[in-house]
Design a protein around this ligand. Structure first.
Ligand code: NAP
Ligand code: MN
Length: 257
C-alpha cells in the first residue's frame, strides 16, 4: 500500500488542509508511515518544505516530496491552497513526474551538514578572515562577515538578499556570494557573486573561526573548533520532488518578486 506522511506549517489554513488530505488519502487506501514514507506531502511555504527535507535527511534516497503552498506560490511548490483539489487529485491519480535536485554538503573536520538552499559561514562577532580555495587552489583571501554558497533552488532565498544572482530552473550551478565583504586599499576579494560549475569544490580555511556559525538553511551550528570547511554538491544525497503541473519559471519569479 502506498505510504505517506504530512509535514505542515502550524497555522489554521495548513492544519485544515492537512485534515482534508488525511481523509482523502485514507479513503484511497494510503497509509501513514511517519519514519520513512514513500511520499512526504508538505503543506506550508518554502520554509516548511526545507524543514521537511531536513526532517527526512537520513532517508532522502527513499522519500520524495510534494508540496502545496498556503500563501503565495513558492519555489518548491506548484500549487496554492486554492488549488487543493487539483493537488490531491494529481497525487492520488499519479499525475506527477519525479525530478531530483542537487543539495549542498558542508564538511568540517568533525561534522557534515546539508543545505537545500544554501550553506553559509557567518561571523557576526568579528571580521572573519579566511582563505578561499576553489578545486584545491587558493583563489583569494577574504575578509568580511562571511560567505554564502547556494544552489540554483536557493538562489532566490538568502543568496538574493546578499546581492547574488537568481539562477534559472534547470541549471546545474552553484553560487558563492560575499556577505558584507571588506574592500579597500589593503583588503581585496572578488566582491561580485561568483556562479560556478555544479561540481566545483569550495573550501574555506582560517587560523580561527571563533565566533563564526555555519548556517545550513534554517539550522545554525557553531564553528569555534573548525579550521576548514568544505562545501560542494553532495555525491550521496539529492532531493526528489514531484511535480504535477508545469509552472513556468519566469511566471513563478514574476508572481513572487
Ligand atoms: P523562513 O521564515 O522559513 O524563510 C524565510 C523566507 O525565505 C520565507 O519568506 C520563505 O518563503 C523564503 N524562502 C525560503 N526558501 C526560499 C527559496 N528557495 N526561494 C525564495 N524564497 C525562499 O526562515 P528559515 O526557516 O529561518 O530559513 C529558511 C531559508 O530562508 C534559508 O535557507 C534562507 O535562504 C532563507 N532566509 C533568508 C533570509 C534573508 O533573505 N535575509 C533570512 C533568513 C532566512 P515562505 O514564506 O514560502 O516560507
Ligand atoms: Mn516560512
Amino acid at each position: 500500500m502506498p505510504s505517506y506522511a504530512i509535514v505542515s506549517r502550524p497555522d489554521a489554513v495548513s492544519e485544515r488542509l492537512k485534515e482534508r488530505l488525511n481523509r482523502i488519502l485514507s479513503d484511497q487506501g494510503f497509509t501513514i508511515a511517519e519514519d520513512c514514507p514513500e511520499t512526504v506531502l508538505v503543506i506550508g511555504g518554502d520554509g516548511t518544505f526545507i524543514y521537511a527535507v531536513h526532517k527526512y535527511i537520513d532517508v532522502l534516497d527513499r522519500v520524495r516530496f510534494f508540496g502545496i503552498h498556503t500563501g503565495t506560490l513558492g519555489f518548491y511548490t506548484d500549487y496554492r491552497d486554492t488549488d487543493f483539489e487539483a493537488f490531491a487529485a494529481d497525487f492520488v491519480h499519479g499525475r506527477v513526474t519525479e525530478f531530483s535536485y542537487p543539495i549542498l554538503e558542508g564538511k568540517t573536520e568533525h561534522e557534515t551538514f546539508y543545505g537545500i538552499n544554501e550553506i553559509r559561514v557567518e561571523n557576526a562577532v568579528r571580521t572573519q578572515e579566511m582563505n578561499v580555495y576553489l578545486n584545491n587552489s587558493l583563489f583569494e583571501v577574504y575578509r568580511g562577515t562571511g560567505m554564502c554558497v547556494s544552489t540554483q533552488l536557493g538562489s532566490t532565498a538568502y543568496n538574493r538578499s546578499v546581492g547574488g544572482a537568481v539562477i534559472q530552473d534547470g541549471l546545474d550551478l552553484i553560487q558563492m556570494t560575499e556577505i558584507a565583504g571588506i574592500h579597500h586599499s589593503k583588503y581585496r576579494s572578488l566582491n561580485s557573486p561568483f556562479v560556478m560549475a555544479g561540481d566545483t569544490e569550495i573550501a574555506f580555511t582560517a587560523k580561527s573561526f571563533a565566533g563564526a556559525m555555519l548556517g545550513a538553511d534554517s539550522e545554525v551550528f557553531p564553528l569555534d573548533n573548525a579550521r576548514r570547511i568544505m562545501i560542494s554538491v553532495s555525491d550521496s544525497k539529492r532531493v526528489r520532488m514531484l511535480k504535477g503541473r508545469n509552472v513556468y519559471y519566469f511566471d513563478r519569479l514574476q508572481s513572487l518578486f
